[in-house]
Design a protein around this ligand. Structure first.
Ligand SMILES: C[S@@+](CC[C@H](N)C(=O)[O-])C[C@H]1O[C@@H](n2cnc3c(N)ncnc32)[C@H](O)[C@@H]1O
Length: 279
């Protein structure tokens, strides 16, 4: 029995590696260094939805049918996000990081893995209220063109507006949240001025290099899906992309602890995973 289970697990590992290699060769998306447990869950979920018994069948479908690939891609990239997600982090940023940014003549910020834009728009609102927006340029990147298009559109789901208003207040918002959007016939749209300082672009953290020097890098809830090898590579990329004294902001379940560059940062706010590159 145990032998059969071990053999099945071994076969699943081989088939998963073939599937990820096939996706990379056929479509250029590189999931080969993502966390195997998370990727395994996503693949099994997709197999259930498509009524497939084994990963090899999924591989065949994905290779021959780009719609099948798009469906699997939607599962693998996990675009979950919200406005002022973890409001206390934004409050800490407002109190502990904004005063440091005020000392700079201009501010460049990179949101890596920005998904549909909620995180970057939250920061833009904060920068606006702190009088920092006019001297800021914000680069928002993601692997998913579909997510980026939604980010550019700046449309919010109407059923989440109450929660977003509460998040905004808990994040230390100093104005009226309703002044940042217009709502017409059931569609909620962020005001265009919030988009003016943002550049949205496709960027793959697994394969692409840096493209500027930044004073702040946000990469929240992205590296939890990477294995440690890929996370370490991406941490190297962020370290090289940050100016001396620049800030790195990770997600609540992410940390610099036990990474090779841990001692090159000081912990600026441990609870909210804000780190500062040591000069
Ligand atoms: C869970 S969302 C996080 C969104 C936002 N940062 C937040 O915390 O609310 C993860 C995002 O990472 C993006 N992503 C995954 N792998 C990536 C990669 N290799 N390069 C760039 N973005 C990636 C996904 O497309 C997805 O939009």
């Amino acid at each position: 029995m145990k032998e059969a289970e071990e053999r099945d697990a071994e076969l699943e590992k081989i088939e998963t590696a073939l599937l990820l290699e096939g996706i990379y060769q056929r479509y250029g998306y590189d999931f080969r260094d993502y966390s195997s447990s998370s990727v395994g869950r996503r693949i099994r979920h997709r197999m259930r939805l498509e009524g497939l018994d084994d990963i090899s069948s999924l591989l065949r479908n994905v290779l021959h049918d780009s719609d099948a690939f798009r469906r699997l891609l939607g599962d693998l990239i996990i675009p979950v996000t919200e406005l002022f997600r973890d409001p206390e982090m934004f409050l800490a940023f407002r109190r502990n990081v904004a005063p440091e940014l005020r000392k700079l003549p201009f501010v460049r910020i990179w949101h890596a893995g920005c998904s549909t834009g909620e995180e970057v728009y939250s920061l833009v609102v904060l920068l606006h209220e702190e009088g920092l927006l006019d001297k800021s340029r914000i680069y928002a990147t993601d692997i998913s063109e579909e997510a980026l298009q939604r980010a550019r559109d700046g449309i919010l789901p109407i059923d989440r507006m109450q929660q977003y208003t509460r998040n905004y207040q808990a994040a230390g918002g100093t104005g009226e949240f309703s002044s940042y959007y217009a709502s017409e016939r059931g569609i909620v749209m962020l005001k265009p001025f919030l988009r003016e300082r943002i550049v949205f672009a496709r960027h793959n953290l697994a394969t692409d290099s840096s493209f500027n020097e930044f004073h702040v890098v946000f990469c929240r809830n992205v590296m939890i899906y990477f294995n440690s090898e890929l996370s370490n590579r991406v941490h190297g990329l962020f370290y090289d992309s940050l100016a001396a004294g620049g800030f790195l902001v990770l997600g609540g379940r992410e940390s610099l602890a036990f990474t090779p560059i841990e001692d090159r940062y000081e912990t600026w706010n441990d609870t909210h995973r804000i780190y500062r590159k040591i000069l």
